[in-house]
Design a protein around this ligand. Structure first.
Ligand code: SAH
Ligand code: SF4
Ligand code: F3S
Length: 460
């Protein structure tokens, strides 16, 4: 393998489409880090490989191609990924023909730096180049150069490629790509580009097809699903899309993520209230309970606005669950401002909160802000906040004890294959002893015991 780096800056001629040389089957192995959008991208990477004769393998030693689909939202994710890349060096030494490719958000951000940090990497492909995988692999195999394909900007809509889905019941469907919000801590807009909504007809068609293939649950994906349609000529918004998907009879559950509180409209709330299939779960990342910090985060709402939004949701849909994300230790978070966040979660009563230590992302405005919070302080605050939130979650969950809830059977419990795992529409995980029910069924389960993050149940 040479050390030349070949840069791919535009579309590749497809006439010489990559065909496997006959003889031995080729195998690929993928690792995925990060959010659901990345999981779905990995399904598209796998789809392209499978459509070209590659088989996937669970045995990494057998792989001819290893792809790591990466995330860079926090430093901890990057450290894990660099650790994983380091481990692959041994395999490359054993098999110099092995192709190691890095895709996704960290590839978009670090580009050719990845080759310098880890010379055993062969291919770096950015988030706007996912559809080029086969041509890029061919480039690597023919030239034996290192190949770098990281476009600064996405095509308005990337060409469709085959998707091989991991789950046979539940499918992810992207409705828009990118983000325009530029929250001051966040790297996502830099690595995923500007908002691009898919045409409503394409989305509906994809979901109808998924319904025919036996999928029961659809999760609509976007960094900010509530701004669906704003960038396109079609006169449609997220509520219209939800309505259209709600009418697809073969699908029994519709989820979506993520919502930006600022853009959550009354029309969306009403559409959800009137639907029996759209899950009554609102994931609305607040990020901080301090107005001062929210402003410096550029979130575009106040705590008062957020409270009013939650009030409206609970009024229209009394049994809705509401969850959130919180960042602890944003620059300038004093003890006093942190206490505002604690007060906020004590009064808001979230069903659950996903909590993150603020992580400096270079190139974002917050990285330059004064008064960065020391790590031990961040950690202590995080612990304090989690203790309080866990207590709230448990108290809310206990109210369900003895009640019947509808769950979709998702598969065997990870810790015990003799039990099923399923989720309620409100996104609560329930575990119960297996009966005659099948994956994908909607069943009534009696909640026997509540915990912070899950429930033990019993079939009735
Ligand atoms: N687009 C989604 C999710 C983006 S990333 C949204 O806006 O909700 C998921 C979560 O990671 C965010 O909600 C935020 O809580 C967290 N996050 C993003 N950047 C971060 C950073 N620099 N440090 C710590 N947490 C971060
Ligand atoms: Fe990041 Fe904010 Fe966009 Fe979410 S809305 S991806 S937190 S910039
Ligand atoms: Fe991570 Fe990229 Fe998703 S940075 S959270 S994988 S959009």
């Amino acid at each position: 393998m040479s050390n030349n780096i070949k840069v791919i800056s535009g579309p590749i001629d497809k006439s010489s489409n990559h065909v496997l040389e006959s003889g031995r089957e080729k195998y690929f192995f993928t690792y995925t880090f990060g959010c659901q959008m990345n999981e779905n991208d990995s399904e598209r990477l796998a789809g392209q490989l499978r459509s070209n004769g590659y088989q996937n393998t669970d045995n990494i030693e057998q792989a001819d191609v290893i792809l790591i689909n990466t995330c860079c939202v926090r430093e901890s994710a990057e450290q894990k990924i660099y650790g994983k890349i380091g481990e692959l060096k041994r395999l490359k030494t054993l098999n110099p023909n092995l192709v190691i490719g890095i895709a996704g958000c960290m590839a978009q951000k670090d580009r050719d730096k990845l080759f310098k940090k880890a010379p055993h990497i062969d291919l770096v492909m950015g988030t706007h180049n996912t559809h080029q995988l086969l041509e890029l692999l061919q480039e690597v195999e023919q030239s034996r150069d290192k190949v770098l394909a990281v476009w600064d900007q996405a095509e308005r809509l990337a060409p469709e490629v085959p998707t091989i889905r991991k789950n046979q019941i539940s499918a992810w469907v992207p409705i828009m790509y990118g983000c325009n919000n530029f929250c001051t801590y966040c790297i996502v807009p830099y690595v995923r580009g500007r908002e691009r909504s898919r045409p409503l007809g394409d989305i509906v068609q994809e979901i109808e097809q998924l319904g025919k293939e036996g999928f029961k649950e659809i999760t609509l994906l976007g960094q900010n699903v509530n701004s669906y349609g704003k960038d396109s000529d079609e006169n449609v918004d997220f509520a219209d899309l939800l309505h259209a998907v709600d009418n697809i009879s073969s699908i029994s559950r519709i989820r979506y993520m993520t919502s930006h509180p600022r853009d959550m409209s009354d029309k969306v709330i009403q559409t959800i209230a009137q639907s029996s299939k759209i899950c009554k779960h609102f994931h609305l990342p607040i990020q901080s309970g301090s107005d001062e910090i929210l402003q410096r985060m550029n979130r575009g709402y106040t705590t008062e606005y957020y409270r009013e939004l939650v009030r409206k949701i609970r009024e229209s849909i009394p049994d809705a669950s509401i969850t959130t994300d919180l960042i602890i230790g944003f620059p300038g978070e004093t003890e006093e401002l942190f206490l505002e966040t604690l007060e906020f979660i004590k009064t808001l009563h979230f069903d659950a909160a996903y909590t993150f230590l603020y992580s400096v992302r270079s190139g974002t405005p917050a990285a330059q802000m004064p008064d960065q919070v020391p790590l031990p302080v961040k950690k202590a605050r995080l612990q304090q906040l989690m203790d309080i939130q866990n207590d709230i979650s448990l108290r809310i969950n206990r109210k369900l004890e003895g009640q019947l809830v509808e769950v979709m059977v998702e598969g065997p419990s990870k810790n015990d294959a003799s039990r099923w795992m399923g989720r309620t529409g409100t996104n609560k995980i329930v575990i119960w002893d297996k009966g005659t029910e099948c994956i994908g069924d909607l069943k009534m389960i009696k909640i026997m015991q509540a915990q912070t993050w899950l429930f033990r149940g019993q079939m009735v």
